[in-house]
Design a protein around this ligand. Structure first.
Ligand code: CA
Length: 170
């Protein structure tokens, strides 16, 4: 009776209940969250640009709430970089530099020993630095897409307040 009042017949009630059970018992990694409107899907990633200006660490924390394995975005190859640059040019109206998930994990003890890592654990050698970058030594430990074309990397002070790009798994 209650099922009828809810506007559902018994079979849809059962299928809804079934979905709920499936949802409850799936491991977290199997729950699919669709890419929100305004985001960009590339391969198995959903990229989201945020115009809110945050320092690098706050941006990374914000991205961790974005979705499954959410982090500031990583870039894996030239094709992905091209797609990201195209997306950012469409949505980054202010044209400001954009934080990515790359940072100097050795805290920049010296220029020669710098060790840049992606916050999402990506282990890729692809890092398209702008000419002369990274040049920040111990003062620029975080990495942005900093040119007007958003296709090359620049190390930057982590305290800069600027837009950021998140990525989560889909
Ligand atoms: Ca720099």
């Amino acid at each position: 009776m209650m099922v009828v009042q809810m506007g559902l017949d018994s079979s849809s009630y059962l299928s809804l209940w079934g979905l709920w059970v499936v949802f409850l018992f799936q491991p977290a990694s199997a729950i699919m969250i669709p890419c929100p409107r305004g985001g960009m899907v590339y391969k198995n990633g959903c990229f989201g640009f945020f115009s809110v200006r945050l320092n690098w660490e706050r941006a990374e924390v914000a991205c961790q709430t974005f979705g499954l394995n959410g982090h500031l975005a990583s870039v894996h190859d030239p094709r992905e970089q091209k797609a990201i640059a195209k997306y950012i040019k469409q949505v980054n109206v202010a044209g400001l530099p954009v934080w990515l998930g790359l940072h100097d994990a050795k805290r920049g003890s010296s220029k020669l020993s710098r060790q840049f890592k992606w916050t999402d654990g990506s282990r890729v050698p692809y890092m398209p630095w702008n000419i002369g970058e990274p040049d920040g030594g111990t003062y620029e430990l975080c990495v942005e897409l900093g040119s007007s074309a958003f296709d090359v990397l620049n190390d930057q002070s982590c305290e800069r307040q600027q837009p950021y790009l998140c990525r989560f798994e889909i």
